[in-house]
Structures are given as structure tokens and as C-alpha cells.
Design a binder for this molecule. Sequence first.
Ligand SMILES: NC(=O)c1ccc[n+]([C@@H]2O[C@H](COP(=O)([O-])OP(=O)(O)OC[C@H]3O[C@@H](n4cnc5c(N)ncnc54)[C@H](OP(=O)(O)O)[C@@H]3O)[C@@H](O)[C@H]2O)c1
Length: 214
Amino acid sequence: MRIGILGSGLMGGKLGTIWARAGHEVVFSYSRSKEKLNKLERGARGKARAGTPSEAAKDADVLLLAVHWSRIDDVLKQAGDLSGKVIVSCSLPMNADDTDLVIAHTSSGAEELAKKVPKTRVVSAFGTVPSEVLFDVFESRRKATRPSLVYCGDDPKSKKIAAELIRDVGFDPVDGGPLRIARYTEPFTLLIAQLAYEGKGGPRLAYRFERFRE
Ligand SMILES: NC(=O)c1ccc[n+]([C@@H]2O[C@H](COP(=O)([O-])OP(=O)(O)OC[C@H]3O[C@@H](n4cnc5c(N)ncnc54)[C@H](OP(=O)(O)O)[C@@H]3O)[C@@H](O)[C@H]2O)c1
């Protein structure tokens, strides 16, 4: 797939690198440093290049949105017309100091995003893991027991694409249902962050869901 990365920081930089190494064509965009984007291009060792948000969006089969909530409008404006695009978003609706969600309970960042760009198909994914585990999960992706990753969205075709990308990183995709379920996955992320960053084990934390049957 052609994947445009909108926001090449901790999440976008790592996921884009992993997808390039998994064989996808990746365009890294949106950083304050052009040198950082060039470094990501070189480090990805695959079909990756640095570009602008509009270059990342052009011809992309899927876009990863990975910016702070306060940068969403800016990056979308720079990306241009996104009609018909699939947007996989890991961006969480966090306040300026990343201590709390600014949208919760009756809506979610993912739903607000879908309203901002109504002609796109939004899938919420990857928000529920700390960036620190991504390379480890990718490196051990052939193990029988994979960590889970919950995703949600309203469009079946876009969800199929997201599930493939989730598998490529090394997770077992768990379909959480429609996009409104992001109201529950986004607060869940705060639990994961609490366990990962405040817990004794350090930030390397992934989770696994098991369904118990009689
Ligand atoms: N980090 C995690 O573990 C984690 C986990 C789950 C969800 N999330 C969510 O994922 C999203 C991205 O998080 P992150 O940790 O990847 O953030 P990050 O490392 O800060 O990356 C954000 C990217 O946006 C770029 N950016 C910010 N302001 C800009 C500006 N004015 N002009 C151009 N580029 C600009 C940054 O540029 P620079 O390269 O110059 O910094 C960086 O490349 C957030 O919504 C976060 O809540 C993060």
C-alpha cells in the first residue's frame, strides 16, 4: 500500500518505519525538522521518502494521522483535499499538557475528526499502545501469541485495510465495532498510559484480550 504519514514523531516515525520495512511505500511528513524526515527516510530502509503533508496525501491508499490534538486542523489544512481517503488515526483528544482527554464520554476525538473531514473514512487504531513497544512487537511478530490491538470504524473496507496494517506491525487486530466505540477506547488508553509510564515495568507495555469459552 501507499501510506502517507501525517505527523512523523514517536508514533508516526515508528509506524512508518515498520510499514516501510514490511514492504509498503511510505511518505513521512509533518515535522518541524526537514532533516528529521530525511533521517526517517534513510532509516526506514524500504520504499520510504520524506515529503509535505499534501505529497503524503496524494495517491495514498491510507493516511496515518499521528499529531497532537492541537495540531489536527493545521496538518489537515496542509494535507489538502482528503475526499475519499482512509484515515487511520492514533491521535488522541488530549489537552495541552497531556494530562486529560478534552473530549470524552458522549463523543470522542475520532468522531470529531470524522466530522471535520466528512468525506473521508476514519478508523481509530494504534492509540491504545505506547510507542515504546512498537518495534519490539514488530520484531516478535511471528510468535503464536500476539498482543491485541483494538480498532474501530464505520466503513468495512477501511477497517480491513487498518486490520492488515495492524497485523503488519505484529498485533492481533480486535474489531471494537463502529467509530463511536472510540469513546471507550480513548479513555482505555489513559489506563494503558498509567500502567506503562507510572507502573513499575516501565513504558514497554502491550495487552492481550482473551475470550473465555466454556
Ligand atoms: N507517543 C505515544 O506513546 C502515543 C501513544 C498513543 C497515542 N498517541 C497519540 O498519537 C499522537 C502523536 O503522538 P506522538 O507521541 O507521536 O507525538 P510527537 O512525537 O510529538 O509527534 C508529533 C509530530 O507532529 C509534528 N509537529 C508538531 N507541531 C508541528 C508544527 N507546528 N509543524 C510541523 N510539525 C509539527 C512533530 O514535529 P517534530 O518532529 O518537529 O517534533 C512530530 O513529528 C498524539 O495525538 C498522541 O496523543 C501517542
